[in-house]
Ligand binder design. Structure first.
Ligand code: ARG
Ligand code: ZN
Length: 853
């Protein structure tokens, strides 16, 4: 079977033939031979005329018995499921009972029911439930689940409310109809970190975070984040929790971040467990965001789910948008926006500009797991942000209220979503909808004119071709604009222009020639093209009242400088260095903002920028010039760095809040610069004195970056060898800071380390993912980086196709590079494509990456 044989199209959607009223599942757990009995109460779906076959999905199941209305039925399943012919089915409600056997301990794909270090757990999104029992495994089939688990393990969990337990068994009842992808089961020797919660309307909820014994003292931050998330969703969206318990389980072997199963969220342990000694500020921030994200899914995903997997952005884009709002409220909106845009550009723009580009709502797929992408998630969230800007905050709130009341209990579509906005505002959103259906990052070109009385701003959009979409109509692009006087006063506060045509001119009366601040807050996910002098950028860096554009001005300056260093061998001039110094030492600014301003452009970002300018990027040169840039900054700021570092020392015990984290971020940014001029003395001292992981690993990174830190690395390993999540950092850091010539060799050496457990996705990502992210090393002219990553993907693929396919995106940027590198990547892609037995997941990714030559 070729990948294309399996292509699923949005246009083929039909409602399911039957309705599932109720599901009763019984699990007799055993590592090698778990028995699952399922009793489905079904009825013909009135939406489908005539008698229909009943098709149940099922993969890798040993069918032991099958009954229809209690009577045995002799049917043989095929590779992907079981069909009960229409002729055997009554034209009235009926039951189907199956018993199957599965082997969770043999499940290395970590999809369906599997084992992680002695505990049973599940991952069913998107199509994993079919590996547990025969079932219509599609999100528009929503049913009530009752689950009985039999096992000697002490903790037995499933969705919904507890419905009884005794020695060796437990039962759960979920009153909320749900699709099978939200099913979950956990069994293990676990302990809970618990807290009570009372909803706004007075319903008590028992909150539990379940972890391995010994980890319970590292759950406090996740619990605190959960409680704040629950309160926030009540206050901001009017959404309350709806069960008597909310369980979270931390699992060490997990293909993704976390999963929003109804009432039983399952998390990658790295996004739950945290203490000051083991987790960095970034870890704390991610835990807070992911706990919130999964909790928010209870309404945006679970109560209102997706009709089909093409609608994935309906729940993911909205839930990412909600978790971004939450983090902004908890921490800083300005800093959060900058971080989100950095991520969007690094991942989504990269995806949108290459062979894997696809619309926020794709219209076909081979393997849906390959579409849990930055485009669906992050661009999906941007689209909602644009919608909110266009309709305003008040109408956004009214539209969301209508969405929740109108669609509660539904499996909905993007059309349903847009309709609530149309109904609330009376606007026609047909043009806006192109953001969902057309891939590619629009480019907005800006030209200006001022005639002494009127300032004219002309905006032109182009929508580049993407795979399968050669031509595109103009989009509706909200462009937030402010105008400043040359003295820095704001003469036009932020105003949203609506660019709907290929070209439009907007006019403003003003007696002075203003300096425009365009795309404030990054009001649309586009590339802005405008001829700007360094002086004007420096002016905006100093004076823009919009914090995002203030940062953006500094970033653009830095990118211009680095681009000229790479292409012309230029050196950083005093103007830029002075402008940077002013921000770095400006005590009126948030330290977190100053730390972001000091972050130099990423190598991958520079490569993309050079490619866009028609230059094939040379990764080794980008790496070397970026270091030269860091050294120039270090020398320029050096005299004032020690005082800055001292002033940012946090007295008293560690707290993970945004204020303290921002101070640590700036302190480490300064320490990293100082290391380039003091030979690592300050970093070594900071490392020796560190009492939290942020400082411990941050100072170690400073040392590795200047070719030191061998003794510290060895000591770190000795101190943390018992802790998987911390050791992942140890692995990743060495590769991240390896010079281009050494990265592949360092990686190879680490793959021989006894603790390189490559079947564990976190460890695999920490090592192989770190090499893919080391721009100079991965794209090394020898091809050693490409080869090593491809070798490991091919090794992982037979065991864990999902993670192998996900990590193959390392190769998606090949069209940017020179012919020699392109040929090397094409060689690796061809080698993968030609490997016998390649998974559908990896085969689809490789085929898509090869085809866009
Ligand atoms: N719904 C989960 C989340 O957004 C992620 C599930 C990812 N599933 C997958 N097959 N990749 O938190
Ligand atoms: Zn999600």
């Amino acid at each position: 079977m070729t990948a294309q044989d399996r292509t699923v199209f949005l246009s083929d959607y039909q409602p399911f033939t039957h309705l599932v009223e109720q599901v009763a599942l019984t699990f007799r757990l055993s590592p090698g031979a778990t028995r699952v009995t399922a009793r489905l109460s079904l009825a013909p779906n009135p939406a489908r005329a005539g008698r229909q076959d009943l098709r149940l999905d099922g993969e890798g199941l040993t069918l032991l018995s099958l009954r229809l209305n209690g009577a045995p039925l002799a049917l043989t399943p095929d590779e992907t499921g079981l069909t009960i012919p229409a002729g055997l089915l009554p034209d009235a409600p009926f039951t189907v009972e199956t018993e199957v056997e599965i082997a969770p301990e043999a499940n290395t794909a970590l999809e369906g029911l599997y084992m992680s270090r002695g505990m049973y757990c599940t991952q069913c999104e998107a199509e994993g439930f079919r590996k547990i029992t025969f079932y219509p495994d599609r999100p528009d089939v929503m049913a009530r689940f009752r689950v009985r688990i039999e096992s000697d393990l002490p903790v037995l969990l499933s969705n919904g409310n507890p419905a009884g337990q005794g020695p060796g068994w437990a039962e759960w009842d979920d009153p909320w109809p749900k699709p099978a992808y939200l099913f979950a089961l956990v069994a293990g020797d676990l302990v809970a970190h618990s807290a009570p919660f009372t909803t706004a309307s007075g319903m008590p909820v028992a909150l539990n975070i379940w972890v391995r014994p010994g980890d319970q003292d590292r759950c406090a931050y996740a619990m605190d984040s959960l409680i704040r998330s629950m309160r926030w969703d009540e206050q901001v969206y009017g959404r309350e929790y709806d069960l008597s318990v909310f369980n979270i389980v931390a699992v060490d072997d997990f293909n993704m971040g976390a999963m929003e199963n109804k009432g039983l969220n399952i998390f990658n342990s790295k996004f739950v467990l945290a203490s000051p000694e083991t987790a960095t500020d970034d870890d704390f921030g991610r835990i807070e965001a992911i706990i919130a994200h999964e909790y928010f899914h209870n309404w945006t995903g679970n109560r209102i789910t997706c009709r089909d997997w093409f609608q994935l952005c309906l729940k993911e884009g909205l839930t990412v948008f909600r978790d971004q709002q939450f983090t902004g409220d908890m921490r800083s909106h300005a800093v959060k926006r900058i971080e989100d845009v950095l991520l969007l550009r690094a991942r989504q723009f990269r995806e949108d500009g290459g062979p894997l580009a696809h619309p926020v709502r794709p219209d076909s797929f081979v393997e849906i797991n390959n579409f849990y992408t930055a485009t669906v998630y992050e661009k999906g969230a941007e689209v909602i942000g644009m919608l909110r800007r266009l309709v305003g905050d008040a109408d956004y709130a009214r539209a969301l209220d209508l969405y929740f009341t109108r669609h509660d209990g539904d499996a909905a579509t993007i059309e349903d979503w847009l309709k609530v906005f149309e109904d609330v505002t009376g606007r026609d959103l047909a043009q806006f909808k192109r953001w969902y259906t057309e891939a590619g990052t629009p480019v907005v070109k800006v030209t200006e004119d001022w005639d002494g009385a009127t300032y004219s701003l002309t905006l032109s959009q182009t929508n580049p071709p993407t795979p399968g979409q050669p031509e595109k109509a103009p989009k509706l692009i909200p462009v937030a604009l402010g105008l400043l006087n040359p003295n820095g006063d704001e003469i036009l506060p932020t105003t949203v222009l609506e660019l709907a045509e290929p070209t439009q001119t907007f006019r403003f009366k003003t007696a002075t020639r203003p300096v425009p601040s365009i795309l404030r807050g990054f009001s649309a996910p586009v590339v802005l093209e405008r001829q700007v002098t360094p002086e004007e950028r420096a002016f905006l860096l100093a004076h823009d009242t919009d914090p995002f554009n203030k940062w953006e001005a500094g970033r653009a300056l830095a990118k211009d400088v680095l681009a000229r260093m790479v292409t012309e061998g230029a050196s950083p001039g005093p103007d830029w260095l002075d402008a940077l110094a002013r921000v770095a030492f400006d005590e009126t600014l948030d330290p977190a903002f100053r730390a972001l301003a000091l972050r130099l452009p990423a190598e991958d970002d520079m490569a993309a920028t050079l490619h866009a300018a028609g230059i094939a990027p040379d990764p080794a040169r980008i790496w070397a010039e970026r270091r030269r840039m860091a050294e120039a900054v270090a020398r320029h700021l050096a005299p004032r760095l020690p005082a800055l570092i001292d002033s940012l020392a946090e007295p008293g015990p560690f707290t993970p809040d945004a204020r303290a984290a921002g101070r640590r971020a700036l302190r480490l940014a300064a320490l990293s610069l100082l290391s380039r001029v003091d030979g690592g003395t300050a970093a070594a001292a900071a490392h020796a004195g560190a009492d939290n992981m942020t400082e411990e690993i941050g100072s170690l990174a400073c040392l590795l970056d200047i070719g030191q830190g061998a003794a510290e690395l060895a000591r770190f390993e000795g101190r943390w060898s018992h802790d998987r999540n911390v050791m992942d950092k140890w692995f990743a850091l060495q590769i991240a800071y390896a010079a281009p010539d050494l990265a592949a060799r360092v990686t190879t050496a680490l793959t021989a380390h006894p603790a390189f457990d490559w079947k564990n996705p976190n460890r695999f990502r920490a090592v192989i993912g770190a090499l893919s992210a080391n721009h100079g090393g991965f794209h090394h002219a020898s091809g050693a980086g490409y080869r090593l990553v491809a070798d490991w993907l091919l090794r992982l693929d037979p065991l864990n196709p999902q993670t192998a396919a996900r990590m193959s995106t390392a190769f998606e940027t090949w069209p940017r590079y020179d012919t020699a590198r392109r040929a090397l990547v094409q060689g690796e892609l061809a080698r993968m494509a030609g490997t016998a037995g390649l998974s559908r997941d990896l085969a689809e990714m490789v085929a898509r990456m090869r085809s866009a030559g």
